[in-house]
Ligand binder design. Structure first.
Ligand SMILES: Cc1cc2nc3c(=O)[nH]c(=O)nc-3n(C[C@H](O)[C@H](O)[C@H](O)COP(=O)(O)O)c2cc1C
Length: 180
């Protein structure tokens, strides 16, 4: 079956865009910026892929894109999210999904997490301020756990833990539905 697939990407500092571009290159899916998204654009697609970032525990732009998807005639929806959390922190990642998706969505929407990192150089002013507040709160916190100390260290400067290998499970999933 030939599927019409569109990737809608919301990226602020480039990590999500890098993964979205890779997926687009490898699969031939059309890549569109979040600002251009609309129900009309999604209509007629077999699959809408939304790629975004984790932002203060939430998926940036998710609600808006889901509403557009429901108004469209697109058939299926898939989600990938990038974040500063390393892939090994599976407990934190599972908690993140449970906070953002309903039980029904968890079962129905294929969802993938891809580590990105932090890029202070490209961050918006408001995001930099949010990070400053988080750093201040961590500094003041008493009886810090090992996890707190690790978080405090991690957010002190920019880092990149992205790797194209993290996009492979999603690309493999797309191949499997294309073959079916
Ligand atoms: C204000 C702010 C809040 C963030 N919150 C989270 C978070 O809750 N969980 C996480 O894993 N990463 C978090 N991050 C890190 C971003 O999700 C990460 O840098 C992401 O890869 C950025 O994607 P982009 O480069 O496509 O914008 C946060 C970053 C900022 C600036």
């Amino acid at each position: 079956m030939e599927n019409k697939i569109i990737i809608i990407c919301k990226s602020s500092t480039g990590f999500t865009k890098k993964y979205a571009s890779l997926i687009s290159r490898k699969t031939g899916a059309r890549l569109v910026d979040f600002k251009e998204a609309s129900p009309e654009l999604m209509s007629g697609c077999d699959l809408v892929i939304f790629g975004s970032r984790a932002h203060a525990g939430r998926i940036d732009g998710y609600k808006k894109i889901r509403e557009m998807f429901h108004k469209s005639t697109a058939r299926r929806f898939l989600l990938f999210v990038t974040g500063a959390t390393p892939a090994a922190a599976s407990g934190t990642i599972n908690e993140f999904w449970a906070q953002n998706l309903t039980e029904e969505e968890l079962a129905d929407i294929p969802h993938f997490y891809m580590p990105g990192g932090l890029c202070y150089e490209k961050m918006s002013l408001s995001d930099r301020l949010m990070m400053k507040v988080a750093a201040k709160m961590m500094k003041k916190k008493k009886n810090k756990t090992a996890q707190d100390l690790e978080f405090e260290r991690a957010i002190s400067s920019s880092y990149d833990i992205s790797d194209k290998a993290y996009a492979e499970p999603l690309i493999a999933f797309l191949s499997s539905i294309r073959e079916s």
